[in-house]
Write a protein that binds this ligand. Sequence first.
Ligand code: AMP
Length: 274
Amino acid sequence: MKVERDVAGARAAGASLPRPLGFVPTMGALHAGHVALVSAARAECRAVAVSLYVNPLQFGAGEDFERYPRDFERDRAQFAAAGADLLFVPDTAMMLPVGYSTYVDVGPMADRFEGARRPGHFRGVATVVAKLLDIMRPDVLYLGQKDAQQTAVVRRMVRDLEIGVDVRIVPTVRDADGVALSSRNAYLSKDERHAAPSLHAMLQRVCDLMENGIDKGSAISQAGRMLSPPGTLEYLDVVDADSFEPIETLRPPAFIIAAARLGKTRLLDNLWIH
Ligand code: AMP
């Protein structure tokens, strides 16, 4: 696996790889969820590029940018073992040099749910993903279902800007107790980790209730009480998978989405109805 740290080197290395080229952008701190994206790319493409960049634009003031887990050697080894051909590891001087001033704003869908709680988050994601796509020029972009709103925002951007890449959504990888793998799970205390499976159980309950004819409002208020302490619910809703607008019935393509706060950590999860 080749490692490139600058834009020109990464662009040249990407251009020299066989096609189709799959691309998996990450912020590192790899777990089996990231590996599933690389494996999906490996299975479907002739070459696989990955990136590791802790994107400062997608962190708000007071969020965990400084303490976000970073372990380059471990990540490098995992990417190589998963079959990546090219790893792009830019630094911020390379991605957002002094004087950088261009941003991608995908509109109202980026202002709901995660966007409302993390102002500017999706603008930061879209801007950096657009830049990475222009550098790597992949044929297929792999994103995790775990970050459902991010998949909708990036797909909207790809459509609107005619970026010319297929976007694949890879199902969420979970621990045995249902908790979606996340680099941020490392922050959870024992009590918080103990409460975490109730988030997924709550989503499943919304799905079961609505499949049995219960209306969305009742399903959400009933299931919303299932979150175990010390968890507090931030949102629980059913949205159209493309627009991320709330919908009243469980018709595909949709996501049942939830976010909860466990101590200082926010956890996201969703069920994909497709
Ligand atoms: P991150 O490093 O957190 O930016 O995530 C990089 C990619 O991995 C994103 O497309 C995420 O949605 C995806 N991802 C994160 N966690 C999981 C998971 N548990 N299962 C599948 N994909 C995931």
